[in-house]
Design a protein. Structure first.
Length: 363
């Protein structure tokens, strides 16, 4: 039986990703100076206006406006932006619930982690390819002095499955902001040669694969001047491309006491290890927390009938190797020393080039 599955990604110049990167650069700056920082500072962008807002409890001296300007420049926008900040102290009620002899969950909620043996990254193939295409758009834009590409862009990959195995790529869609003085024909040729052919394995493309470039036509006006952006609106891109469920909160902007982020990383870590140890072909883990509690409320492991051993043995493996308590997650994954800016675009998972702690395999 044939079926089709699609995942999308965006470049770091997409308005939502601009905001994710600003938020995570602020978090990195706080943690560099004060490891006890409690941060939930986000951003919204439209045209030449950036609003930075949220809650913070930190001893770090943070120049929010300069960070935003530096991020915008690093991404590749040359326009001048007006920046407004509205930052308040973290609620004392929340702070009292979180801090103490051990760190406790900074919020209630549910988180999911997922892994599959579909790729060497143990990630779904569609999101891996979509993220690689988006990253390649940025790479050639920044490294080819004659590149016609501008910062904003989106990618999309549709896979054809047969008997639950990837057979081929059915469709590739790339939309990229570009300079004014280029024809759509030349733009398509440039993207196919410098982006698609550099990323997509030849054995997955055939004569019937559809390659669609800038289907709306001209895409000169982009970024915040073509759309608005807000931190946390690309959580499907950040995680598993729709191949697995996601929790109720985003990842970017939040310090590790916020389990929306830390427990999502740990759930991926445990699910990946279950698949890496060949206990199952696919694995999804749900974990839940209550604010002010260090230990999880519930843990559910689903292997979609792909387990190679009994579920009891999988639970035994997890219980013997891992602890979902908030202080252990932060310590085991060294989350106070991660550079979150690095994962604010092109996915938080399956990034083998970054050697992320939640991607490692335990003995």
């Amino acid at each position: 039986m044939k079926k089709y599955f699609t995942s999308e990604s965006v470049t770091e110049g997409h308005p939502d990703k601009i905001c994710d990167k600003i938020a995570d650069k602020i978090l990195d700056t706080a943690l560099e100076t004060d490891k006890n920082s409690k941060m939930a500072v986000e951003a919204t962008i439209k045209d030449d206006l950036i609003l930075i807002y949220g809650e913070a409890k930190t001893n770090a001296k943070i120049d929010y406006k300069q960070i935003a300007k530096d991020v915008i420049k690093d991404i590749g926008y040359e326009e001048e932006f007006e920046i407004i900040t509205k930052i308040s102290n973290q609620s004392q009620e929340i702070n009292n619930a979180v801090e103490g002899e051990e760190t406790k969950a900074g919020d209630q909620g549910i988180m999911f982690g997922y892994a599959t043996n579909e790729t060497e990254e143990l990630m779904p193939l569609a999101i891996i390819l979509a993220n690689k295409l988006a990253k390649q758009l940025t790479y050639v834009r920044k490294n080819d002095k004659n590149s016609p590409l501008k910062p904003d862009g989106k990618t999309q990959v549709t896979l054809e499955y047969e008997n639950n195995k990837v057979k081929r790529i059915d469709t590739i869609i790339v939309s990229s902001q570009h300079i004014k003085d280029i024809t759509q024909e030349n733009l398509k040729k440039y993207i196919i040669e410098n982006v698609i052919n550099k990323v997509i394995p030849n054995n997955l493309i055939d004569d019937e694969t559809k390659i669609l470039i800038n289907t709306s036509g001209s895409f000169v006006i982009g970024g915040p001047f073509g759309d608005s952006g807000t931190t946390g609106r690309k959580i499907i891109v950040d995680t598993y491309g729709g191949a697995a469920r996601i929790g109720g909160g985003c990842l970017s902007s939040k310090d590790p006491s916020k389990v929306d982020r830390s427990a999502a990383y740990y759930a991926r870590y445990v699910a990946k290890n279950i698949v890496a140890h060949q206990l199952a072909e696919r694995c999804e883990i749900q974990v839940s927390y209550a604010i002010g509690k260090a230990e999880p409320i519930s843990i559910l492991i689903d292997t979609f009938n792909t387990e190679k051993v009994s579920l009891d043995k999988i639970y035994d493996f997890v219980n013997s190797k891992f602890s979902f308590s908030v202080p252990n997650i932060i310590k085991e994954l060294d989350l106070l020393n991660v550079k979150y800016y690095d994962v604010a675009a092109y996915g938080h998972f399956g990034r083998n080039e970054l050697n992320l702690p939640w991607e490692k395999i335990v003995a």
